[in-house]
Ligand binder design. Sequence first.
Ligand code: SF4
Length: 323
Amino acid sequence: MRAFDFAVARTVPEALARGGAGTAYLAGGTTLVDLMKLEVLTPRHVVDINHLPLRGVHADRDGLHVGALERMSDVADHPLVAHPYPVISQALRASASPQLRNMASIGGNLLQRTRCGYYRDTATACNRRTPGSGCAAIGGENRGHAILGTSDACVAAHPSDLAVALVALDASVLLTGRAGTRELRLADLYRLPGETPHLEHDLRPGELIARVTVPPLDWARRSAYLKVRDRTSYEFALASAAVAVSLRGGLVRDVRVAVGGVGTRPWRLPAVEEALRGRAPRPEVVEAAAERAVAGARPLAHNAFKLTLLRRTITRALLSLTE
Ligand code: SF4
């Protein structure tokens, strides 16, 4: 690990004053410390933000608000989350391990780095880690990589389960920086890799996620997160689906579908949603709608199985709510 200096911030202005290029904020540390040990990330300054007043879970007429420093396990079990928004709770419980969920923060989860093995191996080419060096995954081992939103520079899948659930629910993040605060749809925070995969999101230098807000959606009680992976614990998704359905008179009044494990960012599927609205959610209707999920997909040498897996994951998740 490279040498760095360390400070503890007690207030948001103090943290922001220390933030900027060369500085990393430390919350749970479950991604940052790993990557510093591997010398994938080499910040010169680390600022501990765990004492900032960015905690709390509450609900009001604007929706559900979750402080960015809340721990994943606490949010998963919170009654304001678990009952009104099961998709969030299930996505959190499907993430990592109990020990990691006790440590990891909500903000940190949303900003976690890709699990592409080449990104973490400094002996290999990786445009995301070292811009312009190439992408070892495209001609290498790419079974777990993305099929949606990829570019010739990077094909890494976005790793967060929580982000998939939040994108399905149209969540936003409150960002705070030296220039003030701003609210951004979570879906707009993440960039496609394009030619610049090292630029993963639209946070400005030194900006922090302060809070996550989920707009009111009473029918989110009928929601679910289905994650398919190689083992049932402590594993990242090969494909996942966050779904919510509102039914009226046996027909789909409204629906949300977002998927993970297959996209370079959390992937909302408006075409699938459109194919379901106003229809009776019979298996053949749901299967036909799920076909739309893979339009434009670009499978790699080892992950074409995700085309079928993704369709089946969406179908199963939706039918679990409607049958
Ligand atoms: Fe790096 Fe992206 Fe290629 Fe993985 S897929 S090696 S993260 S550039």
